[in-house]
Design a protein around this ligand. Structure first.
Ligand SMILES: *Cc1c(COP(=O)(O)O)cnc(C)c1O
Length: 370
């Protein structure tokens, strides 16, 4: 194959370093969150690198993601936490996937699969302590009653919750969630049930709330070297994290245009002087946000070239400056150390770094650096 017109470079050494940075701050086990194709970095490669670098668990949202890990020969413990009733729990049990129980319907589905397969399900009970999304809330009391009848048919490995505002170090909301969490844990223990692994922290919890570490921390965004929130927690650099993803794309063309040229759909971009424009072979179908403004762009040999006009489906236009030596066919950096970060793109488009990396299209090849 010829050189790709655009590609994603994933630095697995950065992922290893970020895991080690987190590990040096906690005594807890690390669960590496690899949902959504490892936040766009590539499920299997990242999962392998994470396990080699000290993560003892892997976490996915979907069961199909967990099964892909097994199909790739990965044997580490895997927890899948977003499994609607009707999912193929039989296969999950046969593949030794730990499942989350967050409702009575899911409990019954998992129990039935345990009976059919003769395998005792390994489960983690999720409680809703303030996110008002996943986990037991109004069904908690009926759940405890049902659990009395069926607890011997389950291996209750974990008890967990998820934080809504752990990325706000000045808010006491996380501490309030932890207080409620402990009340619910005590209620479970009064039933004679003592899960081995209690877990609550996401990246922000692990970085900013030591009291949330428990037996395991679930690390997503920080493993990829990105900050959970650039305004409240500071940049990757400030947190000692190394971004793992960079993106390069080719210039399709370089053209000289006069001042006041209107660029792209709607003519909303206007050149402010005679300049050279670079036509970059990457657009919104590749995951660049269409609404990004000119505070983002690309870099060419370390020189920033800002977006002009709207991002198109497969391409975008940047202002290289009148003296640029850039040539058609050369690569520019769309995300990378010497240019704009995922956080720069996020701020240019009114979103968060999570959304930037997870949306980078699968049609861009991933190239792994070790
Ligand atoms: C996505 C997710 C995480 C990781 O969150 P980060 O902010 O990326 O660290 C942890 N736990 C659960 C349940 C999640 O869904």
């Amino acid at each position: 194959m010829s050189e790709p017109r655009a590609f994603v470079e994933v630095n697995l050494a950065a992922i290893a370093a970020n895991i080690q940075t987190i590990a040096s701050e906690t005594d807890s086990q690390i669960l590496a969150v690899v949902k959504a194709d490892a936040y766009g970095h590539g499920l299997i490669e990242v999962a392998r690198a994470a396990v080699e670098s000290g993560a003892s668990w892997l976490g996915t949202a979907l069961l199909e993601e967990a099964l892909q890990l097994r199909a790739a020969g990965i044997t580490a413990p895997v927890l899948a936490w977003l499994t609607p009733p009707g999912d193929d729990f039989d296969t999950a049990l046969r593949e030794r996937i730990d499942l989350s129980i967050s409702s009575l319907a899911i409990l019954e589905g998992i129990l039935a699969a345990g009976e059919r397969t003769g395998i005792t399900p390994r489960v983690h009970i999720e409680v809703d302590t303030g996110m008002t999304r996943g986990g037991f809330l109004e069904e908690w009391d009926p759940f405890l009653i049902r659990l009395r009848e069926v607890k011997d048919s389950l291996h209750i490995v974990g008890f967990w919750t998820h934080f809504a505002r752990a990325d706000e170090p000045d808010s006491d909301f996380t501490e309030q969630q932890l207080i409620l969490f402990n009340v619910l844990l005590n209620a479970l223990q009064s039933e004679g049930i003592y899960p081995e692994i209690v877990h609550t922290a996401n990246s922000a919890g692990a970085l900013a709330h030591k009291s949330s570490h428990k037996q395991m921390v679930r690390i997503g965004i920080a493993m990829y070297g990105l900050t959970p929130d650039i305004t409240t927690m500071g940049s990757s650099e400030k947190l000692g994290l190394i971004p793992a993803m960079s993106i390069k794309a080719k210039l399709v063309n370089v053209k000289s245009v006069p001042a006041f040229s209107r660029v792209g759909y709607g003519g909303v971009g206007v050149t402010d002087m005679d300049t050279k424009l670079g036509i970059v072979c990457m657009g919104y179908s590749d995951g660049l946000p269409r609404r990004a403004d000119s505070t983002a762009g690309v870099s060419y040999k370390g020189e920033l070239a800002r977006l002009v006009g709207r991002v198109s489906m497969d391409q975008c236009v940047v202002d290289l400056g009148p003296d640029s030596q850039a040539l058609a066919g050369e690569y520019v950096t769309v995300i990378g150390e010497d240019g704009f970060s995922a956080d720069d793109w996020a701020s240019a488009a009114g979103t968060i770094n999570y959304e930037i990396t997870t949306r980078i299209a699968s049609r861009l090849p991933r190239i792994y650096l070790r």
